[in-house]
Design a protein around this ligand. Structure first.
Ligand SMILES: Cc1cc2nc3c(=O)[nH]c(=O)nc-3n(C[C@H](O)[C@H](O)[C@H](O)COP(=O)(O)OP(=O)(O)OC[C@H]3O[C@@H](n4cnc5c(N)ncnc54)[C@H](O)[C@@H]3O)c2cc1C
Length: 286
């Protein structure tokens, strides 16, 4: 059981990790599988105190070097779901499960706009982790809509157990299909179903009949990550200690709202870590 689990891999998460390390806490960072964070896209940063005219990618390298010097290792795993077990939390990261006493969410700018039908059929044919839920669709027809290359591995896995796999990449790829995998073109429009389950996926090009669809996203909708998490204006609602409405759960950085800036993310990561330490001291230690 970890003292804390940090979900995210950007400046907010790295700052939280640094402060947990300094406070001697036992923690894990699930940094996701996407190497392109919001920060890595920043061409030239001028508003970060002490470092002028630096690219996002260069700043990430400086952060990572700092973590490495402190002996902190990030795990390139995506957290798909966090279960509130009462006095601790269990994180489902695909093939792995991790238990932690506190959670720090630092997943970047919250994405709440879902496809038509996506929320309605969640758990009834819509999923976010093919490795976790794929076996439910053995010998069936499934689709994967993916924002990154992780989806290709999921497609290969599903092709071994499903009768047909449609793959719709939302990024540039040279993925070559084989056997029962077919590539789709266009953009996803909606998930369609009957009163019980998903029946088809509509794209800008066509409508295909399926039994399930998996969305592999760089950022999951935050309210899908942890049930009962209160949102405000589409971001996770926090107080000044970065506490959410769920005791033991803290949020920091872009996922906790505007302004979307590195200095704020780093500062909030610091506060979230110290608040989680305070929470542990108060609630967990004998
Ligand atoms: C083009 C561009 C230019 C910018 N320029 C500036 C600038 O000049 N100055 C400035 O201050 N700010 C700038 N920003 C904003 C800045 O990059 C963000 O405010 C900052 O990166 C937020 O940090 P974060 O840690 O909250 O989120 P992010 O940097 O977005 O990191 C979140 C990370 O969490 C990971 N993640 C998400 N969900 C999960 C999950 N379920 N499990 C595991 N990992 C997950 C993501 O893959 C990502 O790596 C810019 C942003 C962009 C896009």
């Amino acid at each position: 059981m970890f003292d804390a689990a940090i979900v995210g891999g950007g400046p907010a998460a790295m700052s939280a990790a640094l402060n947990l390390k300094i406070r001697n806490k036992d923690f894990i960072i699930l940094a996701g599988t996407d190497k392109v964070t919001g920060l890595s896209k920043a061409p030239n940063i001028e508003n970060y105190l002490g470092i002028n005219n630096i690219s996002g990618q260069e700043l990430i390298s400086i952060y990572e070097k700092h973590l490495e010097e402190m002996g902190i290792e990030k795990k390139n795993e995506m957290a798909y779901n966090i279960l509130n077990m009462g006095d601790y939390f269990t994180i489902n990261a695909g093939n792995n499960f991790y238990d932690a006493k506190t959670i720090i969410i630092a997943t970047g700018k919250a994405r709440n706009k879902l496809l038509d039908g996506e929320e309605q059929y969640l758990g009834r044919g819509v999923g976010y982790c093919a490795t976790c839920d794929g076996p439910l669709y053995r010998n069936k027809t499934v689709a994967i809509v993916s924002e990154n290359e992780e989806g290709e591995e999921e497609a290969r896995f599903l092709s071994e157990i499903c009768s047909k796999v449609y793959y719709l990449p939302l990024y540039k790829t040279s993925f070559t299909t084989n056997g029962n995998i077919s590539l789709l073109k266009g953009k996803p429009i909606s998930v369609i179903g009957n009163e019980n389950k998903v029946t088809s996926l509509s794209t800008s090009e066509e409508k295909i009949d399926i039994d399930a669809v998996f969305f592999i996203r760089n950022v999951l909708p935050v309210n899908q990550l942890l049930d009962g998490l209160e949102l405000e204006d589409g971001s996770i609602k926090v107080d000044r200690s970065m506490a959410t409405n769920i005791p033991g759960v803290f949020a920091c950085g872009d996922c906790a709202g505007k302004p979307f800036q590195i200095a704020k993310a780093v500062g909030e990561g610091n506060v979230a870590a110290l608040s989680s330490v305070k929470y542990l001291d108060k609630n967990m230690e004998v």
